[in-house]
Design a binder for this molecule. Structure first.
Ligand SMILES: CC(C)(COP(=O)(O)OP(=O)(O)OC[C@H]1O[C@@H](n2cnc3c(N)ncnc32)[C@H](O)[C@@H]1OP(=O)(O)O)[C@@H](O)C(=O)NCCC(=O)NCCS
Length: 146
């Protein structure tokens, strides 16, 4: 996803609002997951998020999402956020987010997610890392539910 940062998206310093970036991350992540599952989805979790550099009004904000691993009824997606200066083309990664979506049917029941084709060494590594994150995430969920 690519869009121009407009004044309406920004704080008084002229930088995009963190909440706006989070909103776009949720949408970019959902698009990749919808394309994989072709089901209804809800966001179950967003891992901790850092804003490494500001993105200023007039810059482009670019979001790239990829499904990293699928589980049973849930899947993880990675969303990388970049700023791009329109005049120079200079691009910097400003955030990396991992989100978990759960596939649901029209009654809110869980739906099994189709398998992910994992072919390359890099895809295998990414999926293994996602599994490790999932374990930590589910541990944090237990704490959050306490
Ligand atoms: C997310 C939600 C559907 C999970 O429901 P639940 O009854 O607790 O689900 P289950 O325990 O059966 O888990 C279903 C799957 O979600 C995963 N999951 C649930 N909560 C999770 C979390 N916090 N982090 C990561 N995965 C999670 C489970 O591991 C399971 O995955 P699997 O089938 O691949 O093994 C439910 O908590 C919910 O509806 N939350 C609100 C979602 C929402 O409103 N999002 C914002 C708007 S879209």
């Amino acid at each position: 996803m690519v869009q121009v940062v407009l004044p309406n998206d920004a704080n008084p310093l002229g930088f995009i609002l963190g909440g706006t970036v989070m909103h776009l991350i949720d949408i970019a992540g959902a698009i990749a997951c919808h394309r994989h599952t072709r089901t209804r989805l809800v966001t179950a979790a967003v891992d901790d998020l850092q804003f490494l550099h500001p993105i200023k009004v007039g810059d482009l904000i670019i979001l790239k999402s990829r499904v990293t691993c699928v589980f049973r009824t849930s899947l993880e997606v990675q969303v990388d956020v970049f700023s791009e200066e329109t005049l120079t083309g200079q691009r910097r990664r400003t955030s990396r987010a991992f989100l978990t979506f759960v596939a649901i049917d029209s009654d809110g029941g869980r739906v099994q997610v189709p398998p992910l084709l994992v072919e390359t060494e890099e895809e295998r590594r990414v999926c293994e890392e996602a599994q490790a994150r999932r374990e930590q995430r589910l541990r944090r969920r237990l704490v959050a539910e306490d």
